[in-house]
Write a protein that binds this ligand. Structure first.
Ligand SMILES: [Zn+2]
Length: 255
């Protein structure tokens, strides 16, 4: 089985920064059939509001991981939308335009419905890259002011129909998040986050279609065999499994 992992953090709170650690991740992953991993960066290392220089440090590390991987790792540019459109544009130009990154990663600097998101989305349109938005159930939580609920991420996709959105964390989005994503052809949900839950992956495929569910692990928070097992153990046909584990991500990233 060929696998692309759409959601990994090879460096996480500085762990994994040594070249030998990158090689270890790659060796293990290749044994399991992984062809590519999307490296989203050490996104929370400086807290939830990194400044411009801290964002550059995070993205430079991703560039270094890409270099070590010789094509195995594909970088996404980690951004803080609150730094403003000029700063955002400069960093996207540098990472996507200059260093071959293939997407944008957003964490918890602001909610997906914040006005500052417009600058990020315009950069995504211009560079024609997908945007991966961290998402987790925020019903009745004060953190929703900066933390995106699946409903917020879906609203973003609705507002920007020409941008491909990856809504992260199937477990955190849950059945409600899957229902919110119905009919949004420019949005896929990644299967990372939390432990596998019986019924969730199959429900997502049933409600959204097999083209809109993409495998992700959230390495190193989740281990790879468990993350893959939630796809292979979901009672899906072999061709649907292959679609989730490889084809959808390959199409999304134009590999
Ligand atoms: Zn993550």
């Amino acid at each position: 089985m060929r696998i692309i992992d759409i959601h990994t953090h090879p460096v996480f709170f500085n762990a994994g920064i040594e070249p030998a650690e990158t090689q270890l991740i790659m060796r293990r992953a290749r044994q399991l059939g992984f062809v590519h991993m999307i490296s989203l960066g050490d996104v929370l290392r400086f807290g939830r509001n990194p400044d411009e220089e801290q964002s550059r440090i995070i993205n430079d590390e991703t560039a270094e991981i890409m270099k070590r991987g010789r094509g195995f790792f594909i970088g996404f540019c980690a951004l803080n939308p609150l730094l403003g459109e000029k700063v955002v544009r400069r960093e996207v130009d540098r990472c996507v335009g200059g260093m071959g990154f293939r997407g944008i990663k957003l964490e918890v600097s602001c909610n997906a419905q914040h006005p500052a998101m417009a600058g990020v989305m315009r950069a995504a349109v211009e560079h024609d890259v997908p945007v991966l938005q961290h998402s987790w159930n925020q019903l009745n939580k004060r953190s929703r002011s900066y933390h995106s609920d699946p409903e917020d991420t879906c609203a973003l996709a609705r507002r920007w129909p020409n941008v491909r959105i990856i809504m992260a964390h199937l477990t955190g989005c849950g059945f409600r998040g899957i229902r919110a994503a119905r009919g949004l052809d420019n949005l896929v949900v990644d299967t990372s986050g939390g432990g596998p839950e019986a019924g969730l992956v199959d429900y997502a495929v049933e409600q959204l279609g097999e083209h809109r569910v993409v495998y992700g692990s959230d390495l190193p928070i989740r281990d790879l065999p468990t993350a893959v097992g939630r796809i292979t153990g979901a009672g899906l046909s072999a061709s649907t499994q292959q679609r989730l584990l490889y084809d959808n991500a390959a199409e999304l990233l134009r590999i």
